[in-house]
Design a protein around this ligand. Structure first.
Ligand SMILES: Nc1nc2c(c(=O)[nH]1)N[C@H]1C(S)=C(S)[C@@H](COP(=O)(O)O)O[C@H]1N2
Ligand SMILES: [Mo]
Length: 322
């Protein structure tokens, strides 16, 4: 495993002063909130139900994992979503995802592991210290956001089950609640929604298990109660509402690979030089930034995380392996 380097802001990325100012204010606010809240109120009770979406979930800000871009306003992060189980319109998840049944919730970690087992959500919340990390999210559709997530590296969970030497791929299986998810009637994808990473990608410290955003428990539309954030890949790799994580020896396709194999490859690394078959990926619209007429931003290789992750793909033809 390559050693994690502290991310530096590429000099090509010139941040306008108003963005800096917004970012400074936001850091001050987040710091004050973390101090005021201390440990979440439910942390000391035992056998409690999982905390409700929107209740406080502070994380310790980790500057190693913070991009300098201004975070996208919370109202945009929670109202402009892709969560096809609740419909394909950007407003559908915020309208309909409250129907998702959250309690009880567990994530089964299975397959190529010496100690496979199921983790109750309450135990996952205590497994490692909560961190706050400000990540970019680049949707394959051409828009992006900057989101302060709360959670910890997925590797913290994976190491608990002691993966065997055969564990080379990691599959993420998400919730399927037909009575609560109106989108499952659509055949746009095969359900449940699944994603797959290579083991070294899954173990990379940037790959995050997320329980909250903006210092609060995840709202359903953003993937409550636990989701993935893989910031150097297109957003669809960051599967929401995880119920199982399976370690495999052989590669396997994800939902999107099955649905449109010529459009969605295994890696889905953000790459401005490889267009989607139906549109360019060279630029993106940052949600919350001046509406439809704001100038587009240049999309960055690996979504700006090249310094941390490029070594994972040494010798790989990134055009052929999209
Ligand atoms: N289960 C599930 N996870 C999912 C999706 C989905 O439809 N279902 N959409 C993906 C896509 S395309 C994107 S861009 C991100 C969006 O995350 P956000 O709504 O929290 O910004 O979630 C990803 N995870
Ligand atoms: Mo997306």
């Amino acid at each position: 495993m390559s050693k994690f380097k502290i991310p530096a802001v590429p000099s090509s990325e010139i941040t306008p002063p108003e963005v800096w100012q917004a970012r400074r204010e936001w850091i001050a606010r987040a710091g004050a909130a973390a101090l005021a809240l201390g440990a979440p109120s439910w942390a000391h009770r035992r056998a409690m139900a999982a905390p409700a979406p929107g209740s406080p979930l502070p994380g310790k800000p980790d500057p190693r994992y913070a991009v300098m871009d201004a975070p996208t306003p919370e109202r945009d992060v929670t109202s402009y979503n892709n969560y096809y189980e609740f419909g394909t319109d950007k407003g559908d998840p915020a309208r309909h995802a409250a129907a998702l049944r959250l309690d009880p919730w567990a994530v089964a970690v299975q397959g190529e592991a010496a100690r496979p087992r199921s983790f109750a959500l309450e135990d996952l919340l205590k497994l490692a210290p909560m961190q706050e990390r400000v990540y970019r999210l680049r949707c394959v559709e051409g828009w992006s956001m900057v989101i302060p997530w709360v959670g910890y590296s997925l590797s913290e969970l994976l190491k608990q089950v002691e993966p065997t030497g055969n564990a080379r791929y990691v599959e993420f299986v998400t919730a399927m609640q037909p009575e609560n998810m109106r989108g499952l009637k659509s055949s746009v994808l095969e359900w449940p929604y699944t994603e797959v990473l290579r083991m070294d990608e899954a173990m990379h410290p940037l790959t995050m298990l997320v329980f909250g955003l903006y210092g609060k428990v995840l709202p359903q539309q953003n993937g409550a109660p636990v989701r993935l954030a893989v910031p150097w890949k297109y957003g669809f790799k960051s599967a929401k509402s995880l119920v199982a994580i399976r370690l495999h020896e052989k590669p396997l396709p994800s939902s999107w690979m099955r649905a449109a194999p010529h459009e969605y490859g295994f890696y889905a690394n953000v790459n401005p030089e490889v267009p989607h078959p139906r549109w360019s990926q060279a630029t993106e619209r940052r949600i919350g930034e001046g509406g439809l007429f704001a100038p587009k931003r240049k999309t960055l290789m690996f979504n700006g995380y090249a310094e941390q992750v490029a070594s994972l793909y040494q010798g790989l033809d990134l055009r052929a392996n999209y």
